[in-house]
Design a protein around this ligand. Structure first.
Ligand code: ADP
Length: 122
C-alpha cells in the first residue's frame, strides 16, 4: 500500500484552528440541549408563582372550549432543572387543561441551571 504526504504551502504551515462549537457552551452542560416538546403530566410541573398570579376566568373558559375542540395549538414553556419541571407562564392554558380534566399538557421544555431558576423566582 502506498503512502502520501500532504504538502501545505509554507505560509499556511502555522495556523490555529479555533473551534467554538455550540456557541462556547460545552455539549454536556445543562444549556447544551435545545428545547424539546414533551407531553408532561400536569402534576409533574411545579408552578412556584401560582398563588401570586390570578388568571382571567374568561380567557380560561375560551381556551377550554378551543382546546376541547382543536387541542392545544401552542405548547407551554417549561424549564427543567435537575430533572424537575417548572412552569412560569402558560397559566391560562395550564388551568384550562386542569379544568378539562386532561392528565397531560404539551410542553416546550428547555434545560436550565439553578441560577436560571433563581432568576425566574426573583
Ligand atoms: P397563557 O397564560 O396560557 O399564555 P394567554 O391567554 O395569554 O394564556 O394566551 C393563550 C395562548 O394559548 C396563545 O398563545 C394561543 O396561541 C395559545 N393557544 C394554544 N392552543 C390554543 C387553542 N386551542 N385555542 C386558543 N389559543 C391557543
Amino acid at each position: 500500500m502506498g503512502s502520501f504526504v500532504v504538502q501545505f504551502p509554507s505560509k499556511l504551515r502555522n495556523f490555529t484552528v479555533w473551534a467554538s462549537p455550540n456557541n462556547g457552551v460545552p455539549f454536556d452542560s445543562p444549556q447544551s440541549r435545545g428545547p424539546v416538546i414533551l407531553e408532561l403530566p400536569l402534576d409533574k410541573i411545579r408552578r412556584p408563582l401560582l398563588r401570586t398570579r390570578s388568571n382571567d376566568p374568561g380567557k380560561v373558559k375560551e381556551l377550554m372550549e378551543s382546546i376541547r375542540e382543536i387541542g392545544l395549538q401552542v405548547p407551554i414553556d417549561v424549564l427543567e432543572v435537575d430533572g424537575a419541571y417548572y412552569g412560569f407562564s402558560g397559566c391560562h392554558r395550564y388551568e384550562a387543561h386542569q379544568r378539562l380534566g386532561l392528565p397531560t399538557i404539551r410542553c416546550k421544555v428547555r434545560r436550565g441551571t439553578k441560577e436560571t431558576l433563581r432568576h425566574h423566582l426573583r
